[in-house]
Write a new protein. Structure first.
Length: 218
């Protein structure tokens, strides 16, 4: 399973990259705004800066909602850097644009996916990634993880190549459960990833090993 970090925060991206287990980055307009990155020039530069920190795919989201504008914005984003994946919303014009990008060998991430039907459309258009938002489904008393399970089954049935990128991850158990369900990628905030390191028995065990070593060597 690949690990992407879901942020536009450079320090957090650097920290995740330094752990040696980071496979890519996802961003969205809200995450860019949270970091104070506004205006086209700054936003485009920020994507390049992120690509220069990490080795893998970096999702850059279009803000256009009609076909022609999504194509022109997406091509501009894709031309920024070879690691850029064009993130396109799950709307009719978005699916048409994903089909176009697929034919042009431009990688895509179909975002704002909340149902199996939407995930099937993304796969049929040839999206590289589909992003089901599991945390936001949970927020509305829907079972986000169940959507991952359903997409996995249907993609397997039809041998769809689109990769399941579980998004809107909120905590470590989302990551653990996504791994059990066979999600190809998770994208989450830094603390959902670093939380996987934690176990009190690891801390206690290490403390004991080190103190026993000291006893034997003084
Ligand atoms: O990048 C999309 C998604 O991961 C957003 O997550 O926590 O805002 O629902 P969240």
């Amino acid at each position: 399973m690949k690990f992407f970090i879901d942020t536009a925060n450079i320090e957090q991206i650097k920290e995740a990259q330094s752990l040696g287990i980071l496979d890519g980055v996802t961003t969205n307009p809200s995450l860019m705004a949270k970091e104070g990155i506004t205006g086209e020039k700054k936003i485009l530069k920020h994507y390049v800066d992120i690509c220069e920190i990490v080795d893998g795919d970096v999702s850059a989201e279009v803000i256009s909602t009609n076909y022609k504008e999504i194509i022109s914005e997406g091509e501009k984003l894709a031309n920024l850097h070879s690691q850029i994946v064009v993130k396109v919303p799950m709307i009719k014009d978005g699916i048409r644009a994903i089909k176009y990008f697929t034919e042009k060998n431009i990688k895509t991430n179909c975002t704002l996916v909340f149902s199996l039907g939407q995930a099937i459309l993304a796969a049929k258009a040839g999206a590289t990634y589909v992003s089901p938002f599991i945390g936001r489904l949970d927020d509305f008393s829907n079972d986000g993880l169940n959507l991952i399970k359903e997409i996995k089954k249907v993609y397997h049935n039809y041998n769809y190549k689109t990769l399941i990128l579980a998004a809107s991850i909120r905590h470590t158990m989302h990551i653990i459960n996504c791994s059990k369900l066979g999600a190809d990628v998770i994208t989450g905030p830094l603390n959902s990833i670093t939380g996987l390191f934690n176990h009190p028995q690891t801390d206690l065990g290490l403390e004991k090993f080190l103190s026993d070593y000291k006893k034997g060597n003084t």
